[in-house]
Write a protein that binds this ligand. Structure first.
Ligand SMILES: Nc1ncnc2c1ncn2[C@@H]1O[C@H](COP(=O)(O)OP(=O)(O)O)[C@@H](O)[C@H]1O
Ligand SMILES: O=C(O)C1=C[C@@H](OP(=O)(O)O)[C@@H](O)[C@H](O)C1
Ligand SMILES: [Mg+2]
Length: 182
């Protein structure tokens, strides 16, 4: 790909951990554009995420998501907020690590439920038994988020503070890389 490795910052994590919210703050802090993969998928498909799942199914959503991850990470100096399931594809994880500094956001079960319960935009969490759904999916997916360079429990933190934390960790890693390359 490009000669600039890991020149993006990628936010991963379960639904409701704050990837979209924190991504906007972090991009603002860096003066970089923020790209939300869900937003790009909506543009490509010409329909909302619930419509896309209902009309073409999750598999088609995942195909578009892989395309969007590849396309957005081909650029540099972008903050990329991903959807919670993007990490389930090995090719996405590989691309994220190669092209970006990867920050994982986490949150307690209670916090996630509280943050997503009134939002009808996440098809995988619709219907009854929200807490049980989140508990099961968190267990199924927990290993997929472990490849991150950094993990932050967002439950007790404000979005600004999380963005600052990621900014500081990324700055530290960049300085280390510059020192090593002389
Ligand atoms: N650190 C935070 N503290 C309190 N509320 C938050 C925090 N981060 C996100 N939220 C709220 O939680 C909801 C989900 O956030 P969002 O950024 O859409 O998460 P994600 O993109 O990870 O699914 C939104 O209503 C948002 O305002
Ligand atoms: O975890 C998932 O599988 C999904 C997460 C959503 O994004 P957020 O994590 O931003 O809610 C969105 O991509 C879609 O509803 C599927
Ligand atoms: Mg989001």
């Amino acid at each position: 790909m490009s000669t600039q490795p890991r020149s993006n910052i990628v936010l991963i994590g379960f639904m409701g951990t704050g990837k979209t919210t924190v991504g906007l703050k972090l991009a603002d802090r860096l003066g970089w554009p923020m790209i939300d993969t869900d937003e790009e998928i909506v543009k490509k498909a010409g329909m909302s995420i619930p419509e896309l799942f209902a009309t073409h199914g999750e598999a088609h959503f995942r195909t578009l998501e892989r395309e969007v991850v590849r396309e957005t990470l081909a650029g540099s100096h972008r903050v990329i907020s991903t959807g919670g399931g993007a990490v389930l594809a090995e090719e996405n994880r590989a691309c994220m690590s190669e092209r970006g500094f990867v920050a994982a956001l986490s949150a307690s079960l209670e916090t996630i439920v509280e943050r997503v319960k009134n939002d009808s935009n996440r098809p995988l969490l619709q219907g009854s038994g929200l807490e049980e759904k989140v508990r099961t999916m968190l267990q199924e997916r927990q290993d997929a988020y472990r490849f991150a360079d950094l993990t932050i429990d967002t439950s007790p933190l404000a979005a600004d503070d999380i963005a600052e934390h990621i900014f500081n960790a990324w700055t530290k890693e960049r300085l280390k890389r510059e020192e090593l390359s002389g």
